[in-house]
Design a protein around this ligand. Structure first.
Ligand code: GCU
Length: 596
C-alpha cells in the first residue's frame, strides 16, 4: 500500500482514538493570572505512590473511608505523604529522585454551588499525563507535560467541601513527545500552578491583542466569550493608549477588531508593555501586552523594521540548586537575572514550552524568546499518533502565548533526521504554525550538517530547512567534533538565503576543575573556555549568522551523563555550575555579547 494511503488510513483510525481520549480536555481559558475569579490551589497536597498502577481499579479517586467495623480501605490520602504543588515529585523526597510511574494527589477545597455561573479546574502543567476526578467523578485526562489544560467541573461541584483527586504518570512512552530517551531528567508531577475558577456563565475565554501584521499603528485581534448564545457587549480598554472600545460579539461570542493606535514598540532596551482589559458584564480579564513586529528580510531578522542580532542562551526549566523543576515567579527571576548578567537579549526555552512565569518575566526584562515543542530526536514520525499529539502540543503552545511580544520564534523540532515521514510531518507542522500565527517566525534546530573536508565547509541539505523562516544549527565544534582545521579556516554554506542562529554549541567542564585547554577529557574550565574562544573565531565565517545561543546556562540533570567523577548525572555544559558558580567560559560569552 503506497505511503499516503497507508498513512491516511492509520491516521484516521488513530485520530479518532486520540480525540476520544482527549475529549474532556477542552481549550483552556486565556490568562487565569489576570482573572479575579481564579483562585490558586497551590500548597501541600496529600499523595500516594502507586507503583503498580492499581489505584484506578482500587478507586483511589473515591477517597473512601470505612463505614462499619467489618470494613477496611487499603488506601488513604490523609495522614500520609504530602507533596508541594506546584513542583515535581522527584526533588521532594530522596526515594522519589529516580521515580517514574504513578502518583496520586488529593486535596479538598471549598466552593459555592451556583448554577448561574460556571466553575473550572485549570492546570498550568502536569507531566506527563494527568487524569482528574472531582468528588469521585472523572472529569477528564490530558497528555503532555508542558502546556495547560482545563475542565468544566460545574456539574461535579458540590456546595461546601469538594474532593479533588489527580492521577499523575510520568512513564516515558514510545509514542510520547518527548519519547523514550532525552537528555534531561524526566521530572513528573503537578509541575505548575493549579487554579479553581468560578466565573459568570458568560465570560471572556480567549483573546488576541497584537499589532496588525505589517502595521505599527493598528492594534488588531479578537475576543472570544464562553457561554454566549446571542450577541454580547464587550469592552476592550487600553488606558495608556486612550482606547475604550465597545465591541459587540456575534451569536457565538466572538468579536474581531482593528483599532488605530501608536503604541511605543516593545524592544529589548525598552520592553514597553500596556495594561489591556476585556470586560463583559461582571467578568473581566486583564493582561500586560507589548506591541512589536518581527520579520525576516533575506538573511536578516528585523525587529520593528530594524536588523537585530540575537544574543542568546539556552536553559532548561530547572533550578539546579533544588534539583527540581522551576515553577514560580521567584524561580523565573533567578534564572533570568543570570541571563541578563550574561548580556543576553534572547533565550531559547529548551526544549518545551516553559511555565508562563518564565515567559512573562522574560518579556518584561526585554528578552526575545525561541519557544519549541519537545519533538526531540528519536521520534517515530511514521506513527500517526505522534502527528496528532504534536499538533495538539503545537496548538496549545501557540494558543497560550500568542499575546506574548517576547516570543518571536515558534520552533517545531530539535535534531530530527530527514526521512519521508519526518519531512512530511514537520513541513506540515511548519504550515500549521503559519496558519495558527502568521505574525511570528517559524524555526527548527538542525544537527545534520555535512562537513566537506576537501573544502573545509559545512552544508545542509534538508527539506525542512528550506521550509522554515529561521534555521537553528546545533554544532558542538571542539566537543563532539574536534576542530578538523583551525577555526578561521572553516567555512559555512548553510541556508545562506535566510537567518542562521547557532542554537547550540559549547562543551563540558566541571566547575573548579582546572587543566589543559587542549585536552577534552580534562573536563576543565580551561578546555571549555577554549571551545568558546575557537567557536567565536569560526562564527566570523558564517555569512548569515544572526544569533548565537550557547548550550547551556546551568548544568542540568540528565540520565545520559554517567561519568562518575565529572558528571554524576549532570550535563556539565553549563556556563554556570549546578550550585550557581560561573565557570571561566561565562566571561568569554559575556565579552562576545558586550562587543556586539
Ligand atoms: C543536543 C540537544 C541537547 C543536549 C545537547 C548535549 O544538541 O539538543 O538537548 O543536551 O545536545 O549533548 O548536551
Amino acid at each position: 500500500m503506497p505511503f499516503f494511503k497507508s498513512f491516511k488510513t492509520c491516521f484516521l483510525i488513530v485520530a479518532f482514538v486520540c480525540l476520544t481520549l482527549n475529549l474532556a480536555a477542552q481549550s483552556f481559558m486565556m490568562n487565569p493570572y489576570g482573572c479575579k475569579d481564579a483562585v490558586l490551589l497551590n500548597g501541600r497536597w496529600n499523595a500516594i505512590i502507586d507503583q503498580y498502577g492499581r489505584g484506578e481499579a482500587k478507586k483511589f479517586f473515591q477517597n473512601r473511608k470505612p463505614q462499619k467495623n467489618t470494613e477496611f480501605v487499603e488506601y488513604s490520602f490523609d495522614g500520609g505523604l504530602r507533596l508541594d504543588v506546584p513542583g515535581d515529585f522527584n526533588s521532594q523526597l530522596p526515594e522519589l529522585k529516580y521515580y517514574e510511574g504513578n502518583v496520586w494527589y488529593q486535596r479538598t477545597f471549598m466552593a459555592k454551588k451556583d448554577t448561574s455561573r460556571r466553575q473550572y479546574l485549570y492546570f498550568a502543567g502536569v507531566s506527563y499525563e494527568a487524569a482528574v476526578w472531582l468528588n469521585g467523578k472523572k472529569v477528564g485526562r490530558h497528555e503532555g507535560g508542558f502546556t495547560p489544560f482545563q475542565f468544566d467541573v460545574s456539574d461535579q461541584l458540590v456546595d461546601g467541601e469538594n474532593d479533588l483527586v489527580i492521577l499523575v504518570n510520568n512513564n516515558r512512552r514510545v509514542d510520547g513527545i518527548p519519547a523514550m530517551q532525552f537528555d534531561w531528567w524526566n521530572y513528573g508531577g503537578i509541575l505548575r500552578d493549579v487554579f479553581f475558577v468560578d466565573r459568570p456563565r458568560v465570560h471572556v475565554h480567549d483573546y488576541k491583542v497584537q499589532l496588525k501584521k505589517g502595521f505599527e499603528d493598528v492594534i488588531a485581534g479578537y475576543v472570544q466569550l464562553e457561554g454566549a448564545s446571542s450577541p454580547q457587549p464587550v469592552e476592550l480598554s487600553v488606558p495608556e493608549l486612550n482606547i475604550k472600545q465597545q465591541l459587540t460579539t456575534d451569536a457565538k461570542g466572538r468579536a474581531s477588531f482593528e483599532i488605530a493606535a501608536k503604541p511605543q514598540l516593545w524592544e529589548p532596551a525598552a520592553p514597553r508593555m500596556y495594561q489591556v482589559a476585556f470586560t463583559v458584564g461582571s467578568d473581566a480579564v486583564s493582561d500586560e501586552i507589548g506591541f512589536r513586529s518581527i520579520e525576516v528580510k533575506g538573511s536578516d531578522i528585523l525587529l520593528n523594521g530594524k536588523p537585530v542580532f540575537l544574543k542568546g542562551i539556552n536553559f532548561h526549566e530547572e533550578i539546579p540548586q533544588r534539583m527540581g523543576r522551576a515553577y514560580s515567579d521567584a524561580d523565573a527571576a533567578m534564572i533570568l537575572s543570570e541571563v541578563k548578567a550574561l548580556g543576553c537579549n534572547f533565550i531559547r526555552t529548551a526544549h518545551y514550552p516553559q511555565n508562563e512565569h518564565i515567559v512573562r518575566v522574560a518579556e518584561k526584562m526585554g528578552l526575545m524568546i525561541w519557544e519549541e515543542i519537545p519533538l526531540w530526536q528519536g521520534i517515530e514520525f511514521s506513527n500517526p499518533v505522534i502527528l496528532k499529539k504534536a499538533e495538539t502540543m503545537l496548538r496549545e503552545m501557540i494558543y497560550r502565548d500568542k499575546n506574548r511580544a517576547g516570543i518571536i520564534i515558534w520552533s517545531i523540532a530539535n535534531e530530527t533526521d530527514p526521512s519521508e515521514y519526518r519531512d512530511k510531518v514537520l513541513t506540515g507542522l511548519v504550515d500549521m504554525t503559519r496558519r495558527l500565527d502568521g505574525t511570528r517566525l517559524v524555526g527548527a534546530a538542525f544537527d545534520n550538517m555535512t562537513y566537506h573536508k576537501d573544502v573545509s565547509t559545512f552544508t545542509l541539505e534538508d527539506r525542512l530547512a528550506e521550509a522554515v523562516d529561521v534555521v537553528g544549527v546545533n554544532k558542538y565544534m571542539g566537543w563532539y567534533m574536534p576542530f578538523p582545521v583551525e577555526p578561521e579556516k572553516i567555512m559555512w554554506d548553510v541556508a545562506v538565503d535566510k537567518p542562521l542562529i547557532m542554537t547550540e554549541f559549547g562543551g563540558e567542564a566541571l566547575y573548579g576543575q582546572h587543566g589543559s585547554k587542549d585536552v577534552a577529557h580534562s573536563w576543565s574550565e580551561e578546555y571549555q573556555e577554549e571551545i568558546y574562544r575557537k567557536n567565536y573565531v569560526m562564527f566570523e565565517n558564517i555569512p548569515n549568522l544572526r544569533g548565537t545561543s550557547p548550550w547551556v546556562l546551568f548544568d542540568f540533570r540528565s540520565p545520559y551523563r554517567c561519568h562518575q567523577r565529572n558528571q554524576e548525572g549532570w550535563n556539565r555544559k553549563g556556563l554556570v555550575s549546578d550550585k550557581g558558580q560561573r565557570k571561566k567560559a561565562w566571561w568569554v560569552v559575556k565579552n562576545f555579547y558586550e562587543a556586539r
